[in-house]
Design a binder for this molecule. Structure first.
Ligand code: ATP
Ligand code: MG
Length: 233
C-alpha cells in the first residue's frame, strides 16, 4: 500500500535522507527505530508531503504521491500524529477532533468518526467540552491520535508514540492502536524499542539518514547485535 523507493531528502543544503526504501503492505504494523537525529521525523514528514524527495519515488496504492501537497495526500488516506502532539490549547477537545475531519469525505462521516474515536479513548469522551490545554500529556496524545483518525485514513503514521508518557498511559494507547490496526495500516516511530517491537510485525532501523536493518520484530529481538545496541538497558 505504501512503497518508498530510494528517496533522497534535503533540508536546505543538508542531505537528510539517503536512498531510503521502505515497503508497507495493507494491514501491517511497522516500527521505525533509530537514535536522535537518525531521520525518522523527516521520513514521516516526507510521506505526508511536508518535505519533498529530491529523487526516488513514493507510491501509495500504486499512485505516485512524492511531491503532492499535504492536503492531497491527506485526502488520499494518509494521516499523521506529529512529534510533540500540540493540540489547539484554547479550543475544546471536540473542536480539535472536528478539525481532523477537514476532507470533504471525512466531513460527511464526522458523527460516525467521533463515535469511533470516543469509544476508542473514553478519557476523551468525558472531556469533549474542555479546552485541550487542560488535558494530561497522555490525553493529549490520545487527542492527537483521535484527530488523525477523524480524517478516516487507511495509513496512520505516529511520530514518537510514547515520549514523556507514563507506562500505564502508553499501555492504554497501544491497546487502542491494536484496535485501530485491525482496519488500518500503521507506521510507528518510537524511542522505546522494547515496547514497540512487541506491538508491531516488522521494524526498520535508521542511522544517520539511512536504513541499516529491517526485518520481522521476532527476528530483530533475537539478534544479539540489535539487543546489545538497542534493547539492553
Ligand atoms: N529544519 C531543519 N534544518 C536543518 N536540519 C534539520 C532540520 N530538521 C531536521 N534536520 C536534521 O535532520 C536530521 C534528522 O532529523 P529528524 O528530526 O528527522 O531525526 P529524528 O530521527 O526524528 O530525531 P529525534 O529522535 O530527535 O526525533 C538531524 O540531523 C537534524 O538535525
Ligand atoms: Mg523525530
Amino acid at each position: 500500500m505504501l512503497g518508498i523507493e530510494k528517496i533522497d531528502v534535503f533540508i536546505g543544503e543538508h542531505h537528510i535522507l539517503r536512498s531510503v526504501s521502505l515497503e508497507l503492505t495493507g494491514g501491517e504494523k511497522v516500527a521505525v527505530l533509530g537514535a536522535n537525529g537518525a531521520g525518522k521525523t523527516t521520513l514521516i514528514r516526507t510521506v505526508v508531503g511536508l518535505e519533498k524527495p529530491r529523487s526516488g519515488r513514493i507510491a501509495f496504492d500504486g499512485r505516485d504521491i512524492g511531491g503532492l501537497p499535504p492536503y492531497e495526500i491527506s485526502r488520499l488516506g494518509i494521516a499523521c500524529v506529529p512529534e510533540g502532539r500540540r493540540p489547539f490549547g484554547d479550543m475544546a477537545v471536540m473542536d480539535n477532533l472536528r478539525m481532523g475531519a477537514y476532507n470533504p469525505a471525512a466531513r460527511k462521516s464526522l458523527k460516525e468518526s467521533l463515535a469511533e474515536v470516543t469509544a476508542l479513548f473514553p478519557a476523551l469522551h468525558e472531556r469533549l467540552h474542555q479546552p485541550a490545554e487542560t488535558l494530561s500529556g497522555g490525553e493529549q496524545q490520545m487527542l492527537a491520535i483521535g484527530r488523525a483518525l477523524m480524517s478516516r485514513p487507511q495509513l496512520l503514521l505516529v511520530d514518537e508514540l510514547s515520549l514523556g508518557l507514563a507506562p500505564l498511559v502508553v499501555k492504554e494507547i497501544y491497546r487502542a492502536l491494536r484496535l485501530v490496526g485491525e482496519t488500518r495500516t500503521l507506521l510507528i516511530v518510537e524511542q522505546n524499542v522494547n515496547q514497540v517491537l512487541r506491538h508491531t510485525d516488522r521494524a526498520y532501523l535508521m542511522q544517520t539518514g539511512t536504513i541499516i536493518r529491517s526485518g520481522p520484530c521476532v527476528e530483530l529481538m533475537a539478534d544479539e547485535d540489535i539487543v546489545k545496541a538497542y534493547l539492553a538497558h
